[in-house]
Design a protein around this ligand. Sequence first.
Ligand code: SF4
Length: 373
Amino acid sequence: MHLYLHIPFCKQACHYCDFHFSTNQTFKAELVAAMAHEIALRADYLPARRLETIYFGGGTPSLLTEAELAQLFEAIHQQFTVAPDAEITLEANPDDLVPDKLAMLRRYVNRLSVGIQTFDEATLRWMNRAHTAVEAEQCVRLARDAGFDNLSIDLIYGIPNRPDNLWQADLERALALDVPHLSAYSLTIEPDTAFGRWQQKGRLQPAEDSLAADHFEQLVKALTGAGYDHYEISNFAKPGCYARHNSAYWQRRPYLGVGPAAHSYNGPSRQYNVAHNPRYIAGLGSGQIPAEREELTPADQVNEYLLTGLRTKWGCRIDDLNQMLGRDFLAANRLIIGKLQNNGWLLIDSGVVRLTESGKLFADRVAAELFVD
Ligand code: SF4
């Protein structure tokens, strides 16, 4: 089973980010106590009490103190058995990864996912990241010195209004770090962010779609050329170094999400915790988890599987689609599948539907075209 913990605090707001977080850390201790309480209240949500992966996401989990991490792990160990080989990941920002902090984190977690985004100082300032280019480069070495072999870094591409060679430079500097796992995401301008407001005022023009497509091609060429397996559209791993927690999401395994804005999934339904720190703390204070629940119809389950499964190199198994849908998926989608195959975006092979290389540029669109009612 799989456990996600959402730590909704950041030092400052990155201009592109629409995740749930607060830059006011006044109530961090109360919120961590509320999360420990939620773990106790919801341990029965999962069909088994043995955890294969634990993931601290956010927000910025590397802001947690040792006492706060210890409190959360105490709550976890009271309710669950953590498998001896469990993958325990914590998202971290480079500016937090100083030797003392890394030594402390290593006592609790065995994998770091570091939000580097770019190695270019001017771009980091423009995005309002809290770290410097030097910290971006040094943090991986410091993490290794502290005993972290299992490291992932995040990069952002498709950034407008900067010299085009900077993406290639970012890729080269990332490859030089030789980390086992790398994720790369295209910059999207969301309305409720600083960049969204800049765009509304005409201060920011988003990049052309072709820029992100060119950068994606450069990314795939550079990473696969360096021996990484392109196993999910945004994710690359050295052999055997797949992200086990995220792979569980893509393979529709049940997981419990704890904390404000965390989602949970148990097969027939999803649960969405309130994305508001004071309401979350107040709810737990009265023994309630402020959350909404969504029952998933067979069509919802098929559509979710298409959205996540098609993004992976394993694609979607036709037997599974038929079973979830209760009828023949290929027959129900014969015309649209023929069109997508003719476009060169979709392949059907050995009982599996998957995207071609060119189809990966249009993954969400292809999945949406295959959606069932
Ligand atoms: S540190 Fe991460 S979660 Fe926080 S604002 Fe920046 S991108 Fe968003």
